[in-house]
Design a protein around this ligand. Sequence first.
Ligand SMILES: C[S@@+](CC[C@H](N)C(=O)[O-])C[C@H]1O[C@@H](n2cnc3c(N)ncnc32)[C@H](O)[C@@H]1O
Length: 254
Amino acid sequence: MHTAEDPSPPLPRLYSEFAGWFHLLTHPDDYAEEAAFYAALIRENATIPVREVLELGSGGGNSATHLKQHFSLVLSDVSPDMLAVSRTINPALEHIQGDMRTLRLDRQFDAVFVHDAIEYMLTDADLRQAIATAHAHCRPGGVAIFAPDAVKETWRPRTDSGGHDDPDGRGLRFLEWTHDPDPDDTTFICDMAYLLRDPGGAVTCEYDRHVMGLFSRRSWLEWLEDTGFHPHSVPLAHSEVPHGEVEVFIAHKP
Ligand SMILES: C[S@@+](CC[C@H](N)C(=O)[O-])C[C@H]1O[C@@H](n2cnc3c(N)ncnc32)[C@H](O)[C@@H]1O
């Protein structure tokens, strides 16, 4: 969140004024295969039985719709609008508003899961704070999973498009364009164009800039270790992702 003390850019419009369109940009069904992979990682890498899991930056609750079949989930996100979107598909789950850098619930969980929301950590200090939050909420023997879309070593500029239609006539199509104006800093840019069709058929076009964080594998592993985790990384196994393109960080709390 953008405050006088916090120089982070404001959240993208997608997570506030366009939050109600989120499930037309990225649909819960699209997350099934990936969520099954994370559920297995959590079980295989924790050395205690895993029942309770905290998700930081749970967004529209898409991963949660699948993970809740395996675990008792608590969801948190900085955006009240995104929490409201998630409640529409996860009404029985506890939702808590909080910034993953500063959230302190005074509770511990068997595992902490941070999916693509981790990419909104833009500086070394941001990422270290989010790691500390995961550590504070993880029981000894538990595990934290961090799943950024890229690390510095493998990041490539790319263009993507997609979208979905609602039975009520609404539809969304997007164009996503990632580029890195300064390869020496810890951010890159994801510029997004949304075509939004209302139930009456009228279409508007909106622009949104997402500033995203990008860190080396070495920084990730070093900061996880500094915080008290025993970390390693594995390639994401997914039918639509070339092997080695995306890396997942697994942090066991001894
Ligand atoms: C791409 S969405 C996450 C979607 C999610 N993986 C899902 O399954 O629906 C990214 C989310 O990160 C959240 N976010 C960004 N900065 C955050 C922060 N500092 N703390 C917590 N959440 C944050 C945004 O509000 C947004 O909901």
